[in-house]
Design a protein around this ligand. Sequence first.
Ligand code: BGC
Length: 265
Amino acid sequence: MECRLDGQVAIVTGASSGLGEAIALLFGKAGASVVVNYHGNRDSAEDVAERIRADNGRAIAIRADVGEEAAVSALFARTTEHFGAVDILVANSGIQQDASLSEMTLQQWQAVIDTNLTGQFLCMKEAIRQFRAQSQRSASRARGKILCMSSVHDVIPWAGHVNYAASKGGTAMLMKSVAQEVAAEGIRVNAIAPGAIRTAINAENTEGEAGQRLLQLIPYGRIGVTEDVARAALFLVSDMADYVVGTTLYVDGGMTLYPGFRNNG
Ligand code: BGC
């Protein structure tokens, strides 16, 4: 049995690049109708949607800042207008604005919390309301599926990135608490926690000498690619994972295994 999403509608936030782009493309291949949400980069989002359509899939690009409640409502309204329903939400949008704690501005703190944590809250809220409003759909065993994008930094502290680490630590408990709240309705909520993946958000840490240093933290010995995360996402939202509820799947080459202790600590 393959992981297929035929007849299902998926919203992937932050899908104009990076992890969201790879997830949108793979979901399109798996048969889902895909909403490629973006905030700033319209051309890239349109290009992702076009690539899905060129591969015989169905996709549209829709702009929304996930940190704004009205924009998130409009995103869901346009999705149901266009595709008739929503079966899957991947709350993926995320940003980094790095600074040491004493230098971090309130604006930097707030921007990261707004997109990474409040954005997931607003999208999850809207998705659950939509799942309840629509009659049970036949293409999946679950009434609806939500996948949050966390990070290894929901458990690994990260000096110089406290806003980001706090947002991801928050995501972990947001995900579990919502999963507990809605599981009885047949709604599955889970998260993926990626480790170091080659994307634009972390290009300066994954290339050249920095990339070599980074490998010391990855027992499996390679930096991840976006498809590593997309495949895990497809599994978690598919019926293959129908009994997986409230779990975070670490896709990190072993980064959370305390590699510093490999040689006796
Ligand atoms: C961050 C990356 C970082 C990785 C491992 C991710 O959540 O977005 O920039 O390389 O965690 O530290």
